[in-house]
Design a protein around this ligand. Structure first.
Ligand code: PRP
Ligand code: MN
Ligand code: MG
Length: 182
């Protein structure tokens, strides 16, 4: 559709809700990592929005690096297969790593990623995610910072896509059924 608004069913989290929750999480991260040198690892492509909005709220001088992994392809179901499309540039040895994600759905992506990054000799590895779907969890992932727990519905916006679209919506919403069936 020419107008993304026609494809939406309802707004789950507004731009304002996302922003004020990020204020709180950023303050926690600043306190928890006071005096430490933090490497934020953003998981492309979904984490682009939360990485940009979280990083600019932190007062500590963090570094940012990116990894591209994919588990979904272009559909709506997790395949459980994680592929590295782009690896980190940074050496993780002795670093405090904070993985930044848009959503934890089955948990398969992050459980794989945490194990992968832990094997590279970091001082610590923690996770910050904007969204988590507890009902969809297939594996248990220990997450330090969670923005919002949401119901097990397919959501888009604020980085999250359906077939690579809707990532640029500034809020999180659900798609109208006609989008899937067309
Ligand atoms: C989505 C999302 C998370 C992951 C969560 O990424 O951004 O990274 O799936 O799913 P899981 O907990 O079931 O593993 P996706 O693989 O769609 O790639 P993208 O970020 O490029 O959209
Ligand atoms: Mn992703
Ligand atoms: Mg995706």
């Amino acid at each position: 559709a020419a107008d993304m608004g026609d494809d939406l069913e309802r707004v789950l989290l507004t731009e304002e809700q996302l922003a004020s929750r990020l204020d709180e999480i950023a303050a926690q991260i600043d306190a928890d990592y006071a005096g430490k040198d933090v490497l934020l690892v953003g998981v492309l492509k979904g984490a682009v929005m939360v990485m940009a909005d979280l990083a600019r709220r932190l007062h500590s001088p963090v570094q940012m690096d990116w990894m591209a992994v994919s588990s979904y392809g272009s559909g709506t179901k997790s395949s459980g297969v994680v592929r590295i499309l782009k690896d980190l540039d940074a050496d993780l040895h002795g670093r405090h790593v904070l993985i930044v994600e848009d959503i934890i759905d089955s948990g398969l992506t992050l459980s794989w990623l945490v194990a992968n990054l832990r094997s590279r000799g970091p001082e610590s590895v923690e996770i910050a995610t904007m969204l988590r779907k507890p009902e969809a969890a297939k594996v248990d992932v220990e997450v330090r910072y969670v923005g919002f727990e949401i119901p097990n519905e397919f959501v888009v916006g604020y980085g999250l896509d359906y077939a690579e679209r809707y990532r640029n919506l500034p809020f999180v919403g659900t798609l109208a059924p006609h989008v899937y069936s067309s």
